[in-house]
Design a protein. Structure first.
Length: 410
């Protein structure tokens, strides 16, 4: 048997980047031979094995034929006579279809190096269409490598468009899609992920609620970029610039969905878009099976982002309600993430990226002031149950009034 390093590790080494994990392909071996050498099969019908020591994936060279719709619909043909070239041709992108032998020699039958130099994400062959997840993968690679100047080849975008139109994206399981989405949002240019999906029509199929924001105007006074979709892309960019966590990026992606429901005659105003968007955010959260912390933050940011922007004008009672809605006493981190998301929203506007956002410190200070109210003295006064809750609220309100009178200094 011959063993080759393949995929991302080869690509990233040629780009001078650190590779995180190795993928290997094995030519000229049977499953029995693999197991005899101590490799562990990952599943009965899957010609992939784990190395007994490193745990890295070793796949038998294979060709795939599509037998049905969706991810379940694969049959594998793996046998010792499948060549390396036959294996590589069914992979997604030319830059991912290179192999390295044991002596460090490069095997590049499909122009991977040429496309690396040309900074092009290009599919290898029509076999690309065998797995619709690749539409999301290409968009994710665009988000990762955009800072190096990579773009998607026109013919690949066209093929992605055909896949999107065929309805095949509907067959992807939420689990597989979420892996791509969550990784893509954490890349240096998450806006490019959305942009590429939009360019090939996949955004309309996968996230129509977001696609609808493109072409919707907002008031130029607050939004020099005007377009609501362009605003979301700019907010995502700010998220990456400021190293925000996944929860914040997910919340930012969905924060303005309500603007897609504003009646056209009300444009460019979007009165009550916060509340109106909640059912859309909920639907997207559930459809994508986003993790719980992402879901929660998205709903809270959707509902309250305008409150944050107006923080300095809010009355003490409204501030208190806001803090209560976040259960800031038990969940301080969630409130901090909310404030970050709102700051990204404020900065994700053409020409306003460097603006001050004093609301952030003000809100965090208010949360600290409310949290500093001690329960013990109230317990000592004999308050219990609902009355204790009311008394605590009263004390917190006093603290917030003092905070406001002190000009936002605790
Ligand atoms: N849907 C997929 C998934 C994977 N691959 C192939 O399998 C390799 C390894 O897959 P994976 O580890 O998921 O991606 P990498 O390219 O290694 O990228 P990453 O840096 O994200 O691991 C890819 O390079 C590609 O050749 C593919 O063709 N189609
Ligand atoms: Mg890999």
């Amino acid at each position: 048997m011959q063993i080759y390093r393949v995929g991302g590790a080869v690509r990233d080494r040629l780009l001078g980047r650190e590779a995180t994990e190795n993928d290997w392909v094995v030519v000229g071996a049977t499953p029995e031979e693999m197991q005899a050498q101590g490799f562990r099969p990952v599943g009965a019908d899957f010609p992939v094995f784990l190395h007994p020591q490193s745990g890295e994936e070793y796949a038998l060279a294979r060709t795939e034929r599509k037998s049905g719709r969706g991810y379940g619909g694969f049959t594998f043909h793996a046998s010792p006579d499948v060549t390396l070239e036959q294996d590589l041709i069914r992979r997604d992108l030319t830059v991912n279809a290179m192999a390295e032998d044991g002596q460090g020699g490069l095997i590049d039958p499909y122009g991977g190096q040429r496309d690396l130099q040309a900074r092009l994400l290009r599919h290898v062959s029509p076999a690309f269409a065998e797995d619709p997840l690749r539409v999301l993968r290409v968009a994710r690679f665009a988000a990762r490598y955009a800072p190096l100047g990579f773009t998607v080849a026109e013919e690949t975008l066209e093929l992605m468009r055909q896949i999107a139109e065929s309805g095949e994206l509907d067959a992807l399981t939420p689990e597989r899609s979420w892996k791509e989405i969550s990784r893509a949002l954490m890349e240096p240019r998450p806006d490019q992920f959305i942009q590429v999906l939009r360019d090939c029509g996949a955004l309309a199929a996968w996230l129509p609620e977001l696609d609808k924001l493109f072409g919707v105007p907002q008031p130029a006074k607050h939004h020099p970029e005007v377009d609501a979709g362009a605003h979301v892309l700019a907010v995502l960019r700010q998220c990456a610039e400021h190293d925000q966590p996944l929860t914040v990026r997910w919340a930012c992606l969905l924060h303005d969905l309500g603007k897609g429901l504003t009646p056209e005659e009300d444009w460019p105003q979007h009165i009550a878009h916060e509340k109106r968007g909640l059912k859309l955010i909920k639907a997207v959260n559930e459809r994508c099976k986003a993790p719980r912390d992402c879901q929660e933050l998205a709903l809270l940011v959707g509902e309250y982002h305008t409150h944050a922007h107006r923080a300095l004008e809010l009355r003490a009672t409204t501030l208190l309600e806001l803090l209560q809605s976040f259960d800031v006493y038990r969940r301080p981190q969630r409130f901090e993430e909310f404030v970050s998301a709102c700051e990204m929203d404020a900065r994700g506007r053409a020409g306003l990226e460097q603006r001050d956002y004093p609301q952030a410190a003000y809100l965090l200070g208010a949360a600290a002031a409310a949290r500093a109210v001690a329960v013990q003295p109230l317990l000592e006064k004999g308050f219990k149950g609902a009355e204790l809750g009311e008394a605590l609220k009263g004390e917190r309100l006093k603290a917030l009034k003092a905070y406001k009178e002190g000009g936002g200094k605790a």
